[in-house]
Design a protein around this ligand. Sequence first.
Ligand SMILES: *Cc1c(COP(=O)(O)O)cnc(C)c1O
Length: 423
Amino acid sequence: MSKTPFVTKEKLEEIVKTYPTPFHIYDEKGIRENAKALKEAFSWNKGFKEYFAVKATPNPYIIDILREVGCGCDCSSMTELMLSEAMGLSGEDIMFSSNETPAEEYAYAYKLGAIINLDDITHIEFLENIVGTLPETMSCRYNPGGVFKISNSIMDNPGDAKYGMTTEQIFDAYRMLKEKGVKHFGIHSFLASNTVTNDYYPTLAKQLFELAVELKEKTGAHISFINLSGGVGVPYKPGQASNDIYAIGEGVRKAYEEVLVPAGMDDVAIYTELGRFMLAPYGHLVTTAIHEKHTHKEYIGCDACAVNLMRPAMYGAYHHITVMGKENEPCDHVYDVVGSLCENNDKFAIDRELPKIDKGDLLVIHDTGAHGFAMGYSYNGKLKSAELLLKENGDVQLIRRAETPKDYFATFDGTDFYSKLKF
Ligand SMILES: *Cc1c(COP(=O)(O)O)cnc(C)c1O
């Protein structure tokens, strides 16, 4: 896939007159079309539902677009539950997939009627002690351990992951829950992250479907849904092929017909909890080149930093960069494109071949729509950027203002120190 920004240089030049860089901008049209494609790809399954992983892009305006296409919310914390509640979601429109969950968060999820997905067998008693009676529908998170392979290649290492119950535990958990009056069950599992292969979901699904048949046979539990969770990835690098969601949907259907239908389990709903796949390609971090430094290497200094996009610093992740207006110029310069943190890992790109960058150039950093703004932090006292929405009709809407120093110091409110700050 080539990497073309969803916004033109002319449009950006107009936008920066009102909203100075850096900012994240999201593409409504792309978000909508992709969400519709996902829905269509799984339309063979009557109960299919995507629960958008709120942590990827916790902005109510973004989530509203997904809701219009029928998505629910997957939450993992108090504030994510609060966000969902304020947006009018409740009951089975909320999936609560958390781990090491504090008691007050379970209580809140229960109050909202959310589907609670237990990360561990000990949480049955923990939850029961908090809420008294367990809900009629409950889900358990499964972790088979070992490595997760597709054909012969290792995709990820569940045996090293802190999440989920072992095979033995999930059978025990179902029996315990059933004894305590739970009537409908779900299975959840997340075994590999950012997979760029059409085989991840089908392979995972087959494994979970087989487990579901066995769980039903051995415990008598009624399995109402299987949650394939997140993990369907996006091609961050140019030239990488993107996932074909229709092929993925068909692959899951094939496994469903092979395993669940013959076992008389043709009423099982498929759920997903995608974050990255729903949003990553439909967000750009837009920043201005403000410095050029020639020392032991060639540096371009930006007005954005790792606070706005942490993935390169945290995972060494690749994010493609387009120098706006220079798309057709030769990439005959090698730069480190860096931010202003006093942290030497604050680099959006290292040894990247790019066209000659001049001070004042606008840079688009691609695929920042998921786990981008959301992962930001406030190191060095840096402030979070604004979030903008490029609407289908071409208008631009401010969907979260940029932080100000007042926001940064807000948690000192009421102190003597706060009264001395000059805003
Ligand atoms: C992070 C997360 C997701 C979303 O993952 P993506 O890789 O963004 O699709 C879904 N479910 C759970 C429980 C998660 O922690």
